[in-house]
Design a binder for this molecule. Structure first.
Ligand code: UD1
Length: 453
């Protein structure tokens, strides 16, 4: 999958980056055993960028997003929005800026030419289903394909549909499509989620901004990306309070206007590199990272014996030779330990001095990395939603592959501590969610390179 480049000036910064995302058959080659030292810049959050781009559908005016990461998922969403008539212009870099600043997107949904999101596009990226909310809120109708199967469990959309119904949309499901209609506009209502859902909360929030009257969202997801989207929507003229808590109140307005917003730093990328440093040893500053976005994960790392220090520039992570202590962790909605760091923590615990237990409570079937970690020499036993990891003294490099992006990056982490060479296949999973991964790690001393056929 290649990047759809926008305006001139957004060209990749180096030879390594130039290849990023280009070849779906690319592999990453890693030779383990090197410590990491230096600075890793943390990019804008993928999981905020995607809903922020989708929020552009709510207004005729231009939404300007800064600090947007250069990722395959962003390029794909750009294509999907293009199908609805949205123009995305990628601004050039200013003098003196380097690849660490993220990009600026000018997104204009002045005229919506099509309210249908077809299966061919939605099936490639589940989050694109979320266009249903702004489309029905602004246009009074939307026809969006159900996302279909997914590598990490069934991932239904029933709660998103429930939220839209509570706001007055009529919903039909025909031939795999959700058809939402509200010809006279949505109206405020009470949305009570029976379980915490990020996708459901984004959907309710976006739909409620343009609904007549007040909406109350109970048991809302508290993930920082929800707060970031709410901040942006408020800059666009929405009246949202309580985002970041489990009760969000939205006073509907008749229209939204343009705004400029900078995407918050990626807490999952931050936690991933923190675990990479913990695995390889060394001393790295995760620049621009914000500790409050991932305190639960940083606390777990501290329990393993890794030194984690917030600084003015970001978070410093340091491990100098000391053994890693095992941990007991259960994933949970924010502010708990994120499911998106579960695979990476498991990779780290393969080298702990003792037995760890990791329980996955958010997604069923999110353990595809286990068999691949075992190929590298890990001792892991699965029992339902709990993995028991017995730390081993050494891992040995091997060819591996993974079926989602967090699993793929867990293999990179394991490879950093494995003896000899590891080849991680199917790099397109990494390109979906990690910007310039091999470049960032290589700059800190890792022996890592992208290999194209
Ligand atoms: C988002 C993140 C993903 C992260 C997940 C949990 C994005 C683009 N993706 O995914 O990286 O792993 O949050 O933090 O932000 N559920 C239902 N019915 C629904 C919707 C969800 O039962 O209608 C269930 C899911 O199957 C899952 C749980 O609720 O078990 C949480 O899902 P949700 O929070 O909605 O995850 P996503 O928004 O898809």
């Amino acid at each position: 999958m290649g990047y759809a480049e926008g305006a001139a000036g957004a060209r990749p910064q180096s030879k390594t980056t130039a290849k990023a995302g280009r070849g779906s058959m690319d592999r990453i080659r890693i030779v383990g055993g090197r410590r990491l030292n230096g600075v890793i810049p943390i990019s804008g959050a993928k999981n905020a960028t995607l809903p922020l781009m989708i929020a552009s559908l709510l207004t005729e005016d231009t939404l300007i997003l800064d600090n947007v990461p250069h990722l395959a998922d962003v390029a794909l969403l750009q294509r999907i929005l293009g199908n609805h008539g949205v123009d995305v212009m990628i601004a050039g870099k200013r003098a003196g800026e380097n690849g660490d600043h993220g990009r600026t997107l000018h997104i204009s949904a002045k005229t919506i030419v099509d309210t249908t999101a077809p299966y061919e596009l939605v099936s490639k990226m589940r989050a694109s289903f979320w266009v249903v909310a702004p489309l029905v809120a602004r246009m009074g109708e939307a026809k969006v394909s159900m996302p279909g199967g997914c590598a990490i469990g069934t991932r239904p959309v029933d709660l998103l549909i429930m939220a839209l119904e509570k706001l007055g949309a009529d919903i039909d499901i025909e031939a795999g499509y959700v058809i939402a209609r509200a010809p006279h506009g949505l109206r405020g209502g009470e949305v009570v989620f029976p379980k915490v859902t990020v996708s459901g909360t984004h959907t309710a929030l976006m739909a409620a901004t343009l609904a007549r009257g007040t909406t109350v969202i109970e048991n809302a997801a508290r993930e920082p990306e929800i707060g970031d989207v709410a901040d942006c929507l408020n800059k666009m003229g929405a009246r949202i309070s309580g985002a970041g808590t489990s009760r969000i109140v939205v006073e509907g307005v008749s229209s939204l206007h343009g705004a400029r917003h900078s995407v918050l730093p990626d807490r999952i990328e931050t936690g991933t590199y923190a675990m990479a440093v913990a695995m390889a040893g060394g001393d790295v500053l995760l620049a621009n990272a914000r500790p409050e976005l991932l305190q639960a994960a940083l606390d777990v790392l501290a329990r393993t014996g890794v030194a984690v220090t917030p600084t003015n520039e970001g978070i410093r992570v340091c491990r100098n030779g000391a053994a890693l202590a095992p941990v007991e962790v259960t994933t949970a909605p924010f502010p708990g330990f994120p499911t998106d760091l579960q695979a990476q923590l498991m990779a780290l615990m393969t080298r702990a001095s003792g037995t760890s237990h990791i329980t996955e409570s958010i997604f069923e079937n999110r353990f595809m990395h286990v068999q691949e970690l075992v190929r590298l020499g890990a001792h892991i036993r699965l029992d339902g939603d709990t993995a028991t990891i017995e730390g081993v003294a050494r891992l040995k490099g091997a060819p591996v592959m993974a079926t989602d992006l967090r699993a793929s990056v867990s293999l990179v982490i394991a490879a950093l501590a494995a003896e000899g060479e590891t080849i991680v296949n199917r790099v397109y999973h990494l390109d979906r969610g990690f910007e310039r991964l091999e470049e960032k790690l290589a700059a800190c001393g890792a022996a890592i390179e992208r290999v194209s056929d």
